[in-house]
Design a protein around this ligand. Structure first.
Ligand code: AHR
Length: 502
């Protein structure tokens, strides 16, 4: 049995956790919208055509904010196409995914859905084919009370009260050559600055996210942030980061260590943000919006064929990754990494939410079920609220192909308003259990411990519509709390949620 130790004290704190750390993302892509959240002919559809079974799962996941409508899609999207009478909305070719967008679901419908799902909208504006003018108009349409062209049009379209969208993305992945109207860092920085300025003139209460690198490995990484922020630092509130991992080489120890890259990505971007702030003698500190993150690779090959066969069709089954158990473990470690950086990472959006690289899957006309990655996301969102603690972690380490000294036990802890503590821990060891000694120092006073484990003997195990609970969490029997030190056992390859309750 391996041994690790976590030393915690209420005074060792990273900071307050922004609830938006548990955000997600719905793009007009594949079956995320059509066949995902919206399917008017489905037996569970409500009066607006939204699937109630999907809403129920989204509520379970406890998602505070959902980024919308893209993604790559947004860089060719005219937001005006998505408002007004549905039967008059245009069908348009979507050059991001080579499908047809019918605009049956648009701004009003999505905001209604968000309310039903207990979440808020984070809206992305198009800085690819469009620019500051369209951006300030959509802010006026969504947030201005009344008495102007766009706000009165919203009212005429049935929405008296403003939508009150607070967080806005200034385009998407503008550093990527695949983006519709990709730009250089300076070109983008200039447009982002002017868009942010006029959007905030329309509604000074909003916050905006500048588009950072679409990956740590981008050839322009670092210089993109430095040059782009040189243009817009004072007018933006967050910089975005995007990161997807894969296990194409089928090397589980290496794959599970990828959260080490995530951590250095976060620190590298912060270093650049602070360097720009320093150069500008600015008092302002920029925070981060990690608004796309996940595992993504299972569907890559099949997608090539799907697009070849079905080019320009509506709602093709794209990016439908079927997640296995080891994916859930890496997702758990990614969440732990965000919590460890909660002082500067304020927003994070799991990409995406339904069907498209998603924790929730549906069948058209059929069921909806939770994939393996659903569970760590749900646990973190349920219990990882309040204060992110800064525990001292002692763990044995291992070396693998791409990383050295990877902690076998990856762990962190949070404390809620009632003083209950939650420890999140991944045991990365393929074969050995690990006892995790919890040294509670000045904490004490807990009445009971609850321990939930996500484990499967087969790292490739998946959930399906027929067998939706193959990989699902289960409670572990725990001893009563006797003193200030506890030693729960983390099974080999497992995600663990240990709650110390007052
Ligand atoms: O989430 C899928 C895609 O990944 C998004 O559209 C894009 O922003 C990223 O490349």
């Amino acid at each position: 049995m391996k041994h690790a130790k976590l030393i915690m004290d209420r005074d060792y704190a990273i900071g307050e956790i922004d609830p938006r750390l548990y955000g997600s993302f719905i793009e007009h892509l594949g079956r995320a919208v059509y066949g995902g959240i919206y399917e008017p002919d489905h037996p569970t559809a409500d009066e607006e055509g939204f699937r109630r079974d999907v809403i129920e799962l989204v509520r379970k996941l406890n998602v505070p904010i959902v980024r919308y409508p893209g993604g790559n899609f947004v860089s060719g999207f005219n937001w005006e196409d998505s408002i007004g009478r549905r039967d008059q909305r245009p069908r348009k070719l979507d050059l991001a995914w080579f499908t047809t967008e019918t605009n049956e679901v648009g701004l009003h419908e999505f905001c209604h859905w968000a309310k039903k799902a207990n979440t808020e909208v984070m809206y992305a504006v198009n800085l690819g084919t469009r620019g500051p003018d369209a951006a300030r108009n959509v802010v006026e349409y969504a947030n201005h009370p009344s008495g102007s062209y766009w706000s009165d049009l919203r009212i005429a379209n049935g929405e008296k009260e403003p939508f009150g969208i607070h967080l806005w993305c200034l385009g998407n992945e503008m550093d990527g050559p695949w983006q519709i109207c990709h730009k250089t860092a300076v070109e983008y920085g200039r447009i982002a600055n002017e868009a942010a300025k006029v959007m905030k003139w329309v509604d000074p209460t909003i916050e905006v996210v500048a588009s950072g690198s679409s990956g740590h490995g981008m050839p322009t990484f670092g210089s993109w942030e430095y040059e782009m922020l040189g243009e817009c630092y004072e007018n933006v509130d967050y910089v975005s980061l995007h990161r997807y991992y894969d296990n194409k080489s089928n090397n589980t120890p290496d794959f599970l260590a990828r959260s080490m890259d995530l951590d250095s990505f976060i620190h590298d971007v912060l270093a650049v943000c602070d360097a720009v702030g320093g150069r500008k003698h600015s008092k302002k500190k920029l925070n981060l919006s990690f608004d796309e993150w996940n595992v993504w690779y299972h569907s890559n090959e099949q997608d090539k064929e799907i697009v070849k066969q079905g080019r320009w069709n509506r709602a093709l089954p794209l990016l439908e990754d079927i997640y296995n158990f080891e994916d859930a473990l890496l997702v758990g470690s990614m969440l732990i990494t965000f919590l460890r950086n909660a002082d500067r990472v304020k927003v994070a959006c799991l990409a995406q939410l339904v069907n498209v690289i998603a924790p929730i899957m549906t069948r058209n006309g059929g069921g909806a079920w939770a994939q393996t990655i659903f569970y760590p996301v749900m646990h973190a969102s349920m219990y990882g609220r309040g204060t992110a603690l800064r525990p001292i972690v002692h763990s044995p380490v291992y070396d693998c192909k791409d990383y050295e000294a990877v902690p076998v036990v990856d762990a962190t802890a949070t404390m809620d308003e009632e003083g209950n503590v939650t420890v999140f821990a991944v045991n990365r060891d393929l074969a050995e259990d690990a006892e995790l000694e919890l040294d509670l120092r000045a904490f004490g006073g807990f009445s009971r411990m609850e321990h939930t484990v996500l484990h499967h003997d087969d790292v490739k195990a998946i959930n399906t519509e027929e067998h939706p609970f193959t990989v699902a969490p289960s409670p572990v029997k725990t001893e009563g709390i006797t003193d200030k030190t506890l030693t729960p056992v983390l099974p080999a390859l497992s995600w663990n949620v240990i709650r110390l309750i007052r």
